[in-house]
Design a protein around this ligand. Structure first.
Ligand code: DQA
Length: 141
């Protein structure tokens, strides 16, 4: 089983970025724990601040290369028809995740461009949203 985790813009700053919203733990630190909790699951990780690079990664992993993708598209969630189109174009299931509870934040964060093309969404569980996303892919296999 192989689950790719993709983080979008500004998520490279986790641990330093607005800790009251996103916590004070780095993603590398969390990812080590997540990988250890699922020793039978390969978990490659990709982060980019660039919309096109995220789309390229979806294309490169979208046709059976991995069993599923857990995607935190960051602010592109709310703006990117291009990422939504890429998810619709591929056959690999994509789970949308967010650290914060976007529905309880500013109205501009309430709409997700990608929600309808993803198989599930976990938001507001802190970093545990990623584990829930991985679990979703494992349980739907
Ligand atoms: C986020 C929520 C988005 O609204 C925001 O732009 C992010 C992070 C989250 O994980 O809570 O960058 O996706």
């Amino acid at each position: 089983m192989k689950v790719l985790i993709i983080n979008g813009p500004n998520l490279n700053l986790l641990g330093r970025r607005e800790p009251t919203i996103y916590g004070s733990r780095s993603f590398d630190d969390y990812l080590a724990e997540l990988r250890a909790a699922y020793p039978d699951v390969e978990m490659p990780y990709f982060q980019s601040n660039h919309e096109g690079a995220i789309i390229d990664s979806l294309h490169d992993n979208g046709f059976g290369e991995v069993d599923g993708i857990v995607l935190n598209a960051g602010a592109y969630t709310h703006t990117s028809l291009a990422i939504a189109d890429a998810i619709a174009a591929i056959s690999t299931p994509v789970v949308e995740v967010h650290i914060s509870d976007v529905m309880k934040r500013e109205p501009i964060r309430h709409h997700s461009m990608i929600r309808e093309v993803c198989v599930a969404c976990y938001a507001g569980f802190g970093l545990d949203s990623y584990r829930r996303g991985v679990d979703h892919i494992i349980n739907s296999k």
